[in-house]
Structures are given as C-alpha cells and as structure tokens.
Design a protein around this ligand. Structure first.
Ligand code: GLU
Length: 463
C-alpha cells in the first residue's frame, strides 16, 4: 500500500510551495487508494509556534487535502528518537563526540580557508576512552567510502559519494534530535512508502538513506519536486505576491481553483487546464511532474478562479460569498438576495472579494454616490425623470422585467428622451455608480421598498 506524508515545520504560515507538496502527496496517496499522513515537525522549540500549526491545519483543510492519519507531533515522540540514537551508539553505528563548539568552529574556519569541505574531521569517531561527564553529542558513523544512490521518481537515478557526507550529529548535547534523524525514524515507523518533497531536500536524502540502512529499516521511494519560482525566475517570495495559502482564501480565491492551479504547477496531463478534484485523483502521477522549476503565474490563477466562480453551483458561491460581504462591514439582511446577486456578478467578478466590492451597494441603503456619477446624473435636469419614475414605480403591478420595461419605455416616450437617459439617473440613484448589473435585475434584487427609499434619497440630494 502506498503511504505518503506531508511533514511541515510550524515555523511559518503554510506557504504556497508547501501546499503544493502537500497536494502532490495527497493526490499520490488517493490515486493509489493509499494513506496520506500529516506530521508536524516541531522539534525546533524556539522557532515552532502554535499559531503556525493552526495555520497549516486550517490551510490544508481549506484546500481539501484531508489527511487520513495524524497530525502526529514530533515533540511528543522525543523519547523514541533518543532511544534510537542510543541504540545506534550501542551497536557501534554512532559515537559520542566531545569536541567543543569552539574547537569545531576553529576547524571549520581552517578548512574553509584551505578550500576544503568543512566536514567534521572525525576526531572522536574512534575514540574509545571515557569522556567522563563532559558534554557530548551523538554523531552518526557515515560510511567513509562508497556511494549512495537512489532512483528518484521524478529525476531518475541520483548518486552521492559517501565522502561528501558528514558524520551528522543525530542527538545534540541538550538531548534534542536533529531533522535528518527524526525524519528517518518517523517515516520508517509510520510506514511511509513514498516521500514527495521539494528538491531543496535532495542533499538530505543520501544522509537519510544511510541512517535507514544502519537502523535496518526499509528505504522508501523518493520524489523531489522542483521548487516554485516567480516570473523573474527567483524563488517564490513575498515580492511576487501572497505566498501564504490562507492569504489567497482571505483574498476571495476558491479552494477548487487553488487546488487545480497548484496541481498544474509542475504537473501536466496533456494540455488540459481544468481539473476537478476527482479528476486530479484519477489522473495524477509523478511520472508527469516536470524536472524544471515551475513559474507562479497570477493571471492563470485568476483565470481559473474566474472559471470556478462561474461554474460552481450558485448556492455554493452564495454561501461562501456572504462572509466577504460582512468583512466589508455590511450585513446581509435578506439571504434570498444572495443567489440573484451571484448570478448577476459571477461572470465579471474574478474573486469573492471582488464580487463583494461590486455588490456592496446592494447591502446598504445610504450608498455613496461616485462624484462624477452624481455630477452627471443627479442634477436638476434629471430630477423630474427620477420623480416621474418613482411615481410610476409606486404603481407598478410587479417587479417583473416586462412591467419594468414598459414603465421605462413609456417614460422615454413621454419625455422624448433616450432609454439610457432614463436608466442612468436611476442606476446612479440605486447603486451610486454608472456601471452596475442590468437595471431590471438591480431593481428586483433591491426590492420595492428599498428602491423607493433610494430614489427618494437621491431626489432629495439634488439641490
Ligand atoms: N520538516 C521538513 C520541512 O518542512 C520536512 C522535510 C521533508 O519532507 O522531509 O522542510
């Protein structure tokens, strides 16, 4: 059975690159009817924060990459790592190193000065004496010669020479374990069969493989995914826009769009761009993940978001849209208005946030008139038009489009004006703007009583 995992360190919010790694692991597991595990790597007590863990869990849930197992927390498994370190020590596969940080630093500097790799010089590797109660770290005895190879599922065979690898510290002098050690123990004990992670971890993989072997644990498969870059080819960072997944949620993006977008960021299936979650699960395979960095393209994400804004069921969009209205400081008094508003705006609004901004005038009676709109359309010359419309409107049998049309057309004829000269002042009176959805729809969404109130207010504002 395929078992994958996402193993973030809670030292920052869930980054868009991390979200993609999570998604690839999720899809690989679901495609194979396997299990997707979530593990929080929180051994760095100083930098790990509860709020980041919360952000990560919330981000993954929002995106729809539900985990089947976990979250496991490394901090609760410390004894396990220590036991393993002492087991390797007892088996002669690791050793106590008593070199002081100062000595190590001096040696490191000297090595760099002479152009050598600043690896540990293995002074303590064969030390058999008793270090007494001097502080020590436990170092792993990396094979001194030979090679470590693995068949990366994305990049093919990758080989490292053992001499490039260091005798890694696996347990620090304060008794805390290091990343390359904890990750092996957890992946092994949690039965992870396939590790999919960013290719910034490639150099760690041989270091981890030699630890698996020393512990007699089966080595899993590895797939290293190229990183995400901005348009300028630099590694994706703040200057390219939002990098935290939940920022996209807060900006009114839909998780369907993010999932679709992130899946295509590095993975392709012919030239297909739009994928439902089920389709991604059915079609995802690591063989189709590219080897070069992917470029983050905001326009494409916006396009996909627009696509889902238009195609998800309107009730669903309406439900998600409501909080965005409230965030603009307005209350939805009548929920029945939401679906018609969505139907009206979803062709144009690229995000829920944009939709809420466009729709703001529906939700408040004391709308602000745009200066230019007011100067042009709320004037002594248009006042009689508004007054006649209001009186006709009061007598209207219904708000059906046909009845509204007759009223406006009749008014145009009586006053010898063009339709647009009637409609624009009404539009400004009702929406504050010269551009809005179709006037008949605006009127029926706002409803009889509020339309009358707004017209009265606009008329009164003309002096
Ligand atoms: N905690 C590590 C990170 O966030 C996990 C790396 C891995 O997937 O092994 O980079």
């Amino acid at each position: 059975m395929i078992k994958t995992r996402f193993a973030p360190s809670p030292t920052g919010n869930l980054h868009i690159g991390g979200a993609r790694t999570a998604l690839f692991n999720y899809l690989a597991a679901k495609h194979a009817k396997g299990v997707f595990v979530l593990r929080i790597e929180d051994t760095d007590v100083e930098r790990s924060k509860e709020e980041y863990t919360k952000d990560i869990l919330e981000g993954l849930s929002w995106l729809g990459t539900e985990w089947d197992e976990g979250p496991h927390f490394q901090r609760e498994r410390m004894d396990l790592y220590r036991e393993h370190a002492f087991r390797l020590l007892a088996e002669g596969k690791a050793y106590k190193c008593y070199c002081s940080p100062e000595t190590l630093e001096e040696k490191r500097k000297a090595a760099l000065k002479e152009g050598r790799k600043p690896n540990y010089d293995r002074t303590c590797r064969d030390y058999t004496g008793d270090g007494g109660d001097r502080p020590f770290v436990i170092r792993f005895k990396t094979p001194i010669s030979g090679e470590v190879s693995f068949d990366d599922l994305i990049r093919g065979k990758i080989t490292f020479k053992c001499e490039e690898l260091d005798d890694l510290v696996i347990l620090r002098s304060d008794n805390t374990p290091t990343y390359n050690f904890t990750v092996v123990i957890d992946d092994a004990l949690m039965g992870i069969t396939r590790i999919i992670r960013g290719d910034d971890h490639i150099n760690n993989t041989p270091r981890q493989i030699v630890i698996y072997e020393a512990l007699n644990y089966g080595v899993p498969e590895f797939a290293h995914v190229p990183l995400i870059h901005g348009k300028d080819k630099g590694r994706l960072s703040k200057r390219h826009g939002a990098t935290s997944l939940l920022e996209y949620r807060n900006d009114g993006f839909l998780p369907e769009a993010l999932m679709n977008y992130l899946a295509r960021l590095g993975w392709a299936y012919g030239d297909q761009e739009v994928f439902s979650k089920d389709e991604l699960i059915e079609k995802f395979n690591l063989g189709n993940v590219g080897k070069s960095p992917s470029i983050f393209d905001m326009d494409k994400l916006l396009w996909l978001n627009g696509h889902y804004m238009k195609t998800l069921p309107e009730e669903e969009i309406a439900r998600r849209f409501e909080p965005f209205v409230e965030r603009l400081g307005m209350k939805v008094r009548n929920r029945d208005q939401l679906v018609p508003i969505v139907m009206n705006l979803r062709e144009r609004a690229k995000t829920l946030k944009e939709m809420a901004e466009m729709a703001a005038f529906f939700f408040k009676d004391d709308i602000q008139y745009d200066d230019k709109a007011r100067q042009k359309f709320l004037t002594p010359a248009t006042k009689p038009v508004l007054e006649r419309f209001l009186s006709g409107f009061r007598g209207l049998k219904s708000l059906d489009t046909e009845d509204q049309r007759q009223l406006i057309e009749g008014l145009a004829q009586e006053t010898n004006k063009k339709l647009v000269d009637i409609i624009q002042p009404i539009r400004v009176a009702l929406s504050g703007k010269t551009v809005s959805p179709g006037i008949f729809e605006v009127i029926s969404i706002i409803g009889r009583a509020d339309v009358e109130k707004r017209l009265e207010r606009a008329i009164a504002s003309i002096t």
